[in-house]
Design a protein around this ligand. Sequence first.
Ligand code: HEM
Length: 456
Amino acid sequence: MTTLVTPENLSSYPPPPQVPGLPLLGSTIQFLNRPIEFFLECYEKYGPVFGISAASQHYVVLAGLEANQFLAQERDEYLTSRKVFGEFAAQMGSENFLIAIDGPQHAYMRKVMQRGYSKSGLGPHLNQFLRLTHERARHWKVGETIYVRDQMQRLVTEQLGTALARHSSKEHFEAIRTFLGTLLDVFIIKRYPRAILALPFYQQARRKVMEFARLVLEEHRQVNPEDAPPPDLVDDLLTAVDWNGNPLKEGDLLAATVGPFFAGMDTVANTMGFMLYAILKHRDVHEKIRMEVEEHFANGIPEWRDLPKMETLYAATIETLRRYPVAPFTPRSARKDFVFAGHRIEAGQDILVINGLTHFLPEFFPDPWTFDVNRYIKPRQEHKQGQGVFAPYTLGPHTCLGAGAAEVQLMVTVGAILQAVDLELERPDYEIVTRVMPIPGPDPNFKIRVTGQRKL
Ligand code: HEM
């Protein structure tokens, strides 16, 4: 499928077919408003490789199972993350931000952060996750409608910040959201020109977040070893050395300290929004999860490894990750010339691998647009069909390091919300709308109504 070519024979392969688009806008509107549908239509018409123009950018798109397997097997030989995420990291003063580096240095830094980002690392904090969720839910008044995306972003960021960096995000939340959202919009989605980085709203947010990172780092440095709490991600970074045996540079430490406050802001929060929608839309699923939570949360929070025993809650989590992928495309650039599916790709070209496209192919997931928790119950187990089929966290060297933690967080938090309050969709016939802002998520205007507070 993939052939490495020499400069002499590259021109004998045709370039990928180009998807026609509007003058200037290209396919921007489809990309932002109905990304999966748009890429599926292109895949059916043009095959596994095609070119699109969106957000003033030209991308070569790789899609389908072959593309996912290519990404999974690729070892930074053909693709690089540096061009896409390098400037993002530079805004935090880092040259070695995990997502922006490749090769052996990347593999090394991943190991340094593995424990801090693992689901077992979250284990001791699950009671706190439960408490933070109940506290938030207690503030929702009966009869009130709440903006799901906003509420979930605040909750998820608070949970991860306190667990992985021992610091509340509350006072800095707006700055963190603005800083991350602008970076993603400018450097990854490329919806806005980089000129907006000079504007005061962004400069202020950036300053506030970097001061916050300095504070969190300093607090960790000041901990008295005599009565030190169990080490978290930031402690691990402070004691680590880089691949040359030197202490990590201050810029890299600061950016890595911001990491936990960025990690769930859009990813987990958007998935949680979709999950609440899907559960409230399916009464039978809702009822089963309520019963599971009543049984398993009766004596406090279960151990993280026992959470999948709540079969419907677990299946609803996995089905939400499939049906509503919040990271369905992986941005890269070509490190060298190569041929994919008979078409030439040239060094330096911007690439999008649509890792979430397979979730919507009926040969893998029959009736793919239907939310169906029974897919994961034996014997179907549709998420276990081999490499590249189910890929909500993308594939390859940069596969999400917090994937296990994310699932634990989703199950505990959604379980705790349903334990604390009765909820319904604002209108029973409401159909969720996906918006790319800055990654795919529920429309920010999606609201749910609180119909009761439960006794805890
Ligand atoms: C539903 C939730 C989540 C989804 C869908 C998701 C998805 C992803 C994806 C697609 C990437 C790769 C991006 C790329 O290379 O272009 C990634 C990377 C990463 N994620 Fe997640 N993520 C989620 C939650 C989390 C959480 C909760 C954490 C931390 C606790 C986390 C930590 C990370 C880290 C550290 C990386 C960088 C890995 C590397 O570059 O080697 N993620 N995530």
